[in-house]
Design a protein around this ligand. Structure first.
Ligand code: BES
Ligand code: MN
Ligand code: ZN
Length: 495
């Protein structure tokens, strides 16, 4: 499979495979190092590695790439040593990171044919490592150049991964599907707000429905009104780009109940009348990252034919401040009958999600996971590497966190004490849409929880910090990360 111009092919180890590539990549952790001999690379390469290691004890640092050159059959060959940690550090997550760094080096060296070998892939039960390695190679090679005139695609790089993993081919196929989905989500995030509008989210969802045979339903402005979904309507009323709610259903498990993935799809967040300051406002083109992750995930879930029933609900709107926009102080009645006092029109994500999670419950979901770039407060609480979880069900929260561990996406659960909900009380309505700065990430999540039907398990994922990266590291590339896509796919697999 080819993703981001990288083609990964899995194969049993074969000595002849070491001869023709222009680059050999050796993935090494401290404990694996003695086993390099077993890879049966050429004596020259072996010797070169040994001499190099004598002087460089730091080579095992995760994602460090060391470039050596060796002589192989009268030909110069690049030899990349890629650090994969020592001891407990040598996890699939770190392999995914290291592979991301390695593949960018391959591109820099204009390598067209590479061989990747790692002692840790020489066992049948190392499927997780092989999958992570393949994902890292595909995802680290991602670039976004759609709007650069005259940018030519980098040449295809074909990578053979030597491994003895059982059903390795199948594992790598899955890694390709997942990486293609994450890249798809990254593209949606990186495209600007004048390109990705709610209408474009509809056409993307329609294409997915067509391609993967998903059931699709679109609620446009009229149908949203018919369902009393005034919260999402209020957010969208200040823009010419009309709001919509998109539902896709994938049924891979017969009549068993559905899990809903609900995504915040604000295609641009100006703040509305509570307008944001102008510095970096353009970053708010990423405010549909939650919806992007949900759409990317259901595409992969369907392509992988996972045995589960999943619905994707995308709550799409553009938050703009025209003469018809909602005002601070407005009171709107959400679809479940609760009234909301709009303290800030910039707290729009929770309003579109209020109606969206209600709709998911009404559609029969027994479990709801919403994912949203909901707050800037999550960055203050947890930084840019970890997403917050707020939930009414600790078991579901634990599952999300576990799925994240397995896919290299970090989560931390925040407490959701009933006392925190007090702050959302309004003098004139049922709820305030903002409880101010203290615990902003928690209260934002708890607001959404007010629209979950009793008895439905719910977890809210705030990806306000993790949806974009400020710099390229590991398998993440500067810009949209697609964070959450892999977690949701894994979660669907675990259900
Ligand atoms: N989309 C933003 C949250 C955001 C801001 C994420 C910056 C990442 C970086 C959201 O709609 C928003 O504006 N939230 C407000 C909430 C507040 C008004 C209660 C915020 O975080 O300031
Ligand atoms: Mn906002
Ligand atoms: Zn927003």
């Amino acid at each position: 499979m080819i993703v981001n111009n990288i083609e990964c092919i899995g194969r049993k180890f074969n000595e002849a495979d070491f001869l023709s590539p222009d680059c050999i990549v050796i993935m090494l952790c401290r404990e694996c190092q003695p086993a390099v001999r077993k890879l049966r690379i050429t004596d020259d390469a072996q010797k070169t590695i040994e001499l190099y290691l004598q002087n460089r004890p730091d080579i095992y640092d995760v994602g460090e790439v060391h470039c050596l050159t060796v002589l192989n059959n009268d030909k110069l060959q690049q030899l990349l040593l890629v650090g994969c940690g020592s001891g407990k550090e040598c996890t699939p997550t770190n392999i995914r990171k290291a592979a991301g760094s390695a593949v960018r080096k391959l591109k820099e060296l204009r390598c067209s044919k590479a061989l990747v070998a790692a002692p840790l892939l020489m066992k049948a039960e190392r499927a997780h490592y092989l999958q992570a390695l393949t994902e890292g190679l595909y995802l680290g090679a991602y670039t976004f150049e759609e709007f650069k005139s005259g940018s030519k695609q980098s040449a295809l790089c074909s990578i053979t991964i030597a491994n003895d993993v059982a059903e390795g081919q199948k594992v790598m196929e899955a890694a390709g599907i997942i990486s293609a989905s994450v890249s798809y989500t990254r593209n949606l995030i990186n495209r600007p707000g004048n390109v990705v509008t709610p209408a474009v989210m509809i056409s993307e969802a329609e294409q997915a429905a067509q391609q993967y045979g998903l059931e699709i339903e679109i609620l446009d402005e009229q149908l949203l009104a018919a369902n009393n979904m005034n919260a999402i309507l209020a957010v969208g009323q200040g823009s010419h780009n009309k709001p919509c709610l998109i539902t896709l259903k994938y049924q891979g498990a017969g009549g068993s109940p559905f899990t809903a993935f609900v995504g915040k799809g604000i295609t641009f967040d100006s703040g509305g009348i509570s307008i944001k300051p102008d510095d970096n406002m353009g970053e708010m083109k990423d405010d549909m990252s939650g919806a992007g992750a949900v759409l990317g995930a259901i595409r992969a879930i369907a392509a992988l034919k996972l045995p589960c029933n999943v619905m994707a609900v995308l709550a799409c709107a553009e938050n703009m401040p025209d003469g018809n926009a909602q005002r601070p102080g407005d009171i709107v009645k959400a679809a479940n009958g609760k009234t909301i006092e709009v303290v800030s029109t910039d707290a729009e994500g929770r309003m579109v999600l209020a109606d969206a999670v209600w709709y998911a419950c009404k559609q029969g979901a027994v479990r709801v996971i919403d994912i949203a770039t909901l707050t800037g407060a999550v960055i203050i609480a947890l930084g840019k590497e970890t997403a917050a979880v707020v939930a009414n069900d600790d078991e579901l929260a634990a599952k999300v966190i576990k799925a994240g561990k397995m896919t290299g996406e970090s989560y931390w659960q925040l407490p959701s004490l009933p006392e925190c909900r007090e702050a959302l009380k309004s003098d004139t309505a049922d709820l305030l849409n903002s409880a101010g700065r203290p615990g902003g990430c928690i209260t934002g999540g708890l607001f959404i929880g007010e629209f979950i039907e009793p008895g439905v398990a719910w977890a809210h994922l705030d990806i306000g910090g993790t949806s974009t990266a400020d710099k390229t590291t590991g398998f993440k590339v500067k810009g949209g990360t697609g964070f959450g896509t892999m977690t949701l796919i894994k979660l669907a697999e675990m259900l």
